[in-house]
Design a protein around this ligand. Sequence first.
Ligand code: NAP
Length: 409
Amino acid sequence: MVTKLGLVPAEPPRSRRALRPDLRPKRLAILGATGSIGRSCAQVIAFAPGRFAVASVAGGRDGAALARCAIELNAEFAAVADPAGYGDLKAGLAGTGVEAAAGPEAVREAALREADLVVSAIVGAAGLGPTFAAVAAGRTVALANKETLVCAGAAVMQTARRAGAMLLPMDSEHNALFQAMGAREPETIEVMTITASGGPFREWSAERIANATPEEALAHPNWVMGPKVTIDSAGLMNKGLELIEAHFLFGVPPDRLEVVVHPQSIVHGLIAFADGSLIAGMASPDMRTPIAHCLAYPDRMASGVRPPDLAALGRLTFERADLQRFPALGIAIEALRAGGGAPTALNAANEIAVAAFLARRIGFGEIARLVGRTISAMDAAEELAAPQDVAQALAIHHIAGERMKRLLA
Ligand SMILES: NC(=O)c1ccc[n+]([C@@H]2O[C@H](COP(=O)([O-])OP(=O)(O)OC[C@H]3O[C@@H](n4cnc5c(N)ncnc54)[C@H](OP(=O)(O)O)[C@@H]3O)[C@@H](O)[C@H]2O)c1
């Protein structure tokens, strides 16, 4: 049975493994296996020998790295999205018996291989199609790829409810909120707060931020992540994407969602209830904790990470987010409030702007400015209707991407 959330079973399922220790290993499909989240997943899996079996792994371009992952995880099937990566994948897997395939359809097949849990950890809107396929097939999906909900949140959640799919939030903030929320209904929430470390530019002036280099933006103080999410974090666009993700995931309206800057990254999410209670989800800043929570759910498992030692830390601080110095967050909040296809357009424009920044074609300050201009240039009635499915989301993604490319040109 699934509540209105489409997320949390009304009664948490009893641990099958606790009841039946002889149960077979949990089968995983890992999409984005070569990335930062994918590698952390492999570390958590290595911590519990015999507990998991890997049905499939998928990656984007790097066939050689994917072959190494598949061998390390003893996967049955490996799919690389870019056909140019197939030669390296095939060569790397020669003699191992691991099946290899290439192209977007192969990635979809990896998502649909018989598995108990699909880890969605592809970066960007490229994750939408395969994740949506897994959700539509009624799979349990551990969602790291926030862009899936930003691009097509309403359609994904509706499809999850219809198909009986469960979404387990793997993003650290949403994982903390999920744990703090338990089986409560969204109406009981006064305010849901996502914390931000503030990134490398927390104390910088607006002018210095606008002129930051890729090296400076990639130097995150607390988290080691892939390049796209690290750049998103530096400008707080990542927090905007996370607010949109939380809105769809937990069914909380935009005016009850907040961001608070918390440089220590110990508290990841907070939920205030009508009676004045404030429940905090805390963990050390290490993705292995939310990953282990999702992989073991509804059980618990060791992740290799210790809980924070609050007495040793001594002090946890919180401050308001500064929308003047971090305009990307304000633009994302506007897109969240506008709803419809605005978050989809926001995400598309942002993906291209981040790539242009990393390629040194634009300055850091241009990312938010050009994303804002792209959304303003979209025709609200014609082009920003709420996407009902993947095809409609990708159509908005394409139009916004073209607008952004024109601005860049
Ligand atoms: N890293 C974190 O700590 C963190 C925390 C919370 C949420 N997230 C979210 O998790 C997602 C992954 O982040 P990440 O930091 O792990 O990114 P990453 O290190 O850049 O890894 C991205 C992964 O996606 C693969 N990929 C790219 N395009 C693909 C495609 N078309 N089909 C299949 N695979 C494709 C990449 O393979 P190739 O390298 O071969 O292209 C790689 O395995 C993002 O949505 C991010 O926002 C990450």
